[in-house]
Structures are given as C-alpha cells and as structure tokens.
Design a protein around this ligand. Structure first.
Ligand SMILES: CSC[C@H]1O[C@H](OP(=O)(O)O)[C@H](O)[C@@H]1O
Ligand SMILES: Nc1ncnc2[nH]cnc12
Length: 313
C-alpha cells in the first residue's frame, strides 16, 4: 500500500542534484517512490508547492538516486504564470543541492511542422513577459550581470534530445531545436501578436519558461525545458486556443510525457553524468561579474545571497 503523505519524512539526508519542475497537466510523477516531502522557506518566500523527493534506481549502479519534484502552479494549479514564486522555487531547489533542472511545459505551436502532441527541446527563447515578474536574485544593493546568450544548458539538452529520440516510433515526435516565446498571461495572444511571433522566428509559445531559465542561470543550475505542443496558437486556422484544447492534448499524451521524463531521469542517474547533474561546469561562476563595489553592497542583499550562495560573497 502507498504511504499516506503524513507518514512520509519531511527531511532527506543527502543532497539532491536533479530537479524536475512540472507544469500544466504534469503536477506529479506517479510510478516513483516518494521518499520525503520537504517544506522549504527561502528569503524570497515559499515555493509554489512542497518539494517531493522521489527515489529512482540508477541504471548503472542500482543505487537509489533522489529526484526533487516541484509543481510550478501549486498542488492544485492555483497560481497564474505571473504569480509563480519563481525565485523561491529556484532558491529552494538550489538549497537542497539541485544543480540540474528538467522543466516541463505545455506550449502553443507557432510552426506548421510542430503539431499538437509533438515535443520540442528549445535552444533559444524570446522574453515577452512584461517586467512584472521578479526575475533576479541580484538587486537591492548587489548588482551582478549573468551571461544568457544560450538560455538552456547545451549538455543537459543533448542528453534530453538523445532520450527523446530513443522513444521515437513509440509515439514520441521530437523537434531538436526551436525558439520559445514566453509571454505574459493569463490571456492567450491576439492573432496579430501570434503572427508577429512567427515573423520573429518563434517556434512555440508559453507563459512560464521565463524567468525560470534566467533564475536557474543565476543560481548556477544547468536547466533545460521540454515543451509539449498542445495547440496551434491562434495564427492557425484550426481554431482558437482554449484550456480544454490544451488539457485534451496534454491528457492524451501524458503517458508519452511521463515516459520521456522517466527516460531522461534514467539517463541522468547514470554514474557517467555525475559531473553534469552537479553542474560542475557552472560551479563558482557567480563569484565573478559583480558590479557593486564592496562599500556599496547592502546588508540585506548580502544576507539573502549568503543563504543561497554559501561562502561566496
Ligand atoms: C493552461 S494553458 C496555459 C499555461 O500552460 C502552460 O503552463 P506550463 O508552462 O506550466 O506547463 C503555459 O506556460 C501557461 O502557463
Ligand atoms: N497557445 C499558447 N500560448 C501561451 N501559452 C500556452 N500554453 C499552451 N498553449 C499556449
């Protein structure tokens, strides 16, 4: 019998390097053993939901590998994309050791060849959020600028692509590249906006990949989102996008989405990816690039950043 949540530990003894952020239609991962549920409070507030620690046997060693799962919109999808406490989400994941995030998101297609239920592993994004979402850890007396030319981690992206291709022929269709336009919601785009995003080279559109990817970059976390196309957005003559349409495709393809994520977790749990999931290629990068002189750094900022980047500043 599955244990009830109240019987599950609220602490976990080891650092957890791999995180999964689930989105619309993917608010939990069944078929994994629930080892703990963590309630983490951060200097940026509470995350969207408690963090569930799932254990996954490593295919190379058989050892249980912990995975941290977070439901982006809250346990009951009560947060709009603009209300998601993204800084708290990323800070809480980093605090428990996460250095590699696989995010999952429903997206509208802006390209004829990306059909509903296809998957896209994007390599670029365009920010159309409107500056109303808190989107940096470095403010209030501590200025630090982070490179963001390639918003997703190429090494993790390659692992994800390889896993997606291994499922081809079993109902998974994968597009290896693409530009995701991230818009402010909760309303969907107008037809004029949708056509404009196509003219900009957008492949897919959603409401949540930013600032998530930006904050992960600031936190030295290797981040890759997997997008599942759930509609053709409104530029297409197949009908305007509705939540029913999105959820219908999401439900119909949920099994493939879960198989895709499970394949990625299987792969990342192998010993050969031990450095990648610890993001050793990013570790320590935030010790550099600080613009604020020592005398100008505020106590408040230093306290918050000290919690997140222990021993850095
Ligand atoms: C319910 S349709 C709009 C909604 O779907 C996507 O959610 P998520 O990225 O969390 O899967 C999109 O970004 C919007 O938030
Ligand atoms: N067409 C669309 N626009 C924005 N976000 C979405 N999420 C799913 N479909 C979407």
């Amino acid at each position: 019998m599955a244990p009830q949540d109240e019987d599950i530990p609220t602490t976990y003894p080891d650092p957890i390097h791999i995180g999964v952020i689930g989105g619309t239609g993917l608010d939990h991962l069944p078929h994994f053993r629930k080892a703990a549920v963590l309630h983490i409070s951060t200097p940026w507030g509470l995350p969207s939901s408690p963090i569930t620690i799932l254990e996954h046997p490593s295919p190379s060693t058989g050892k249980a590998i912990p995975i941290a799962f977070l439901a982006r919109h809250g346990p009951h999808h009560e947060l709009t994309p603009s209300e998601i406490p993204v800084r708290a989400n990323i800070a809480a994941l980093r605090k428990i050791g996460v250095r590699c995030i696989i995010a999952f998101s429903a997206a509208g297609s802006l390209a004829e060849e990306v059909k509903p239920r296809d998957f896209v592993v994007p390599d670029q994004c365009i920010d159309r959020t409107k500056g109303i979402r808190p989107h940096t850890f470095f403010e209030d007396g501590f200025v630090l600028h982070v490179p963001f030319a390639d918003p997703f981690d190429g090494k993790v992206g390659d692992v994800v692509r390889k896993c997606g291709h291994s499922l081809e022929g079993e109902g998974v269709v994968l597009h290896d590249k693409g530009t995701v336009v991230v818009m402010e919601g909760p309303q969907f785009s107008t037809r004029a906006e949708s056509r404009m995003y196509r003219s900009w080279g957008g492949t897919v559109i959603n409401m949540s990949t930013l600032p998530e990817a930006k904050l992960a970059a600031e936190a030295e976390i290797a981040y890759q989102v997997i997008l599942m196309s759930t509609d053709y957005d409104c530029w297409h003559d197949s009908g305007d996008v509705t939540v029913e349409m999105v959820m219908g495709h999401m439900r119909a393809n949920a099994l493939n989405a879960r198989r895709f994520i499970a394949a990625v977790l299987d792969e990342l749990s192998k010993e050969e990816h031990a450095h990648l999931v610890r993001a050793t290629h990013l570790a320590g990068a935030r010790k550099f690039g600080i613009s604020t002189y020592t005398a100008g750094r505020s106590e408040k900022a230093l306290e918050k950043l000290g919690w997140l980047f222990e021993g850095y500043f």
